[in-house]
Design a protein around this ligand. Sequence first.
Ligand code: GMT
Length: 381
Amino acid sequence: MKIGITCYPVYGGSGVVATELGKALARRGHRIHFIAYSLPFRLDHVTENISFHEVRVNAYPLFEYPPYSLALTSTMVDVVRYEQLDLLHVHYAIPHATSAVLARQILEREGLHVPVVTTLHGTDITIVGQDPSFAPVVKYSINESDGVTAVSDYLRQETREHFGIERDIEVIPNFIDTSRFRPANKEHFKRALCPNGEKVLVHVSNFRPIKHAPEVVQVFHRLREEGHAVKLLLVGDGPDRATAEHLARRLGVYEDVRFLGKQDPVEEILSIADVFLMPSGSETFGLAALEAMGCGVPVVCSHIGGLPELVIDGETGFLCPLGDIEAFTDRTRRLLVDEELHRRMAEASLARAHGLFDVDRIVPQYEAYYETVRARVLAQA
Ligand code: GMT
C-alpha cells in the first residue's frame, strides 16, 4: 500500500508511534510518505520505501496566525495526487484529522477516493480537544474519518463519553521494537554512574505539567532521607524541568540527580534502571512505561487513564493513587529492598512487554485495519 502518515514530528508519544509505525510498514514492503512540518525526530534514516514531504506555511502580513492546517491540507492533496496514495493515516486529531478530512473532500471532486484513518493518542481527546475552541471540530473530524483507532480502551471510552461519539473505534495499543527495548548488560555504565553500588530510579518525559515530574524528585528525596543508596536519572526536557531542578537543590539532593536532557538512545539509560517512575496526572497509554518494561524495569505509576491496561498492579509494578507521594515512596522502597520481588516484577514486565506489545504483533493490526477501511470506502465509492 502507499500510505501517507502525518504526525507531530517533535519529541512526544504520538510522533514516536507514528514514526515507528511508518518504519515498520516500510520494512514490510509498504511505501510510506511522511507529511509533516519537519522530519520526525525518530526518522533517523530514510530508506527506499520512505519519503518525507515538508509542509511549508508562507508568512503574509495579514496572518497573525499562519494557517498551518490549510497548508497541511494542500500538501496532503498534492502528495495523494502525485504519489497516488491509497490511504492517509493521521496521528493526533488536532489539526491532522481535520486537514485530512478536508483533503479527502477536495480529492473526491476529482474522483479520487482516499480513506482517512485517524489515531487518537491522548491530550487531543483528554485535554486540548475538550477545549471549546476545538471541541466541535474534533468531534466532526472524528466522525468524518473513515476509520478511527485509539491507543487504549480507556481512550476509546473517553472519546465516546466526552464527545458523545457512537461510531466504531478500534483499539490498537502502543508497541515497541523488542530488539531495541530489551535487557542489556551495561555494568560499566552503571558502575561509572553509581560507583558505590547505588540503585537507579529513572523518569522519562517531556516535563509538561501533566507529567508531575517534580513528584519524582519528592519521592527520591524521601528515599534519601530514609538512607537508601540511590541515584535519580531524569531524561527529557520541557516546562517543568527547571522546577524539578530547583526542587532538587532546595531539598539538598541535587548532587545525586542527573538531568540528562533529550536522549534518543533511551534504552541505554533504561538498561541500568532499577525502577521507572511515572506519576503522570493523565496518560492514555504510557509509551515511556512500556519502553521501560521492555528493558525489564518494573514501573511505579499513577492509577489513572490507560496505565492499568499496561501495568498490572503487584505483578509488573505498582499503581499508586494520583499524587500520593507516600504511596509512590513506599512501592519504590519495596522494589529497592526486596530483591526477590524486584526480580519477579522485572521478569513479569519483560514478559508482558515483549509478549503483548511487540512491533511485529501490533503493526499487522494496523495493516488489517487499513484493509478493512479501504474495502469499505471503495465499496461505497
Ligand atoms: O502528552 C504526551 O506525553 C504526548 C502525547 C502525544 O500525543 O504525543 O502522548 C500520548 O500518546 C502516547 C502515544 O500513543 C501515549 O503513550 C501517551 O500516554 C499519551 N500521553 C498522554 O495521554 C498524556
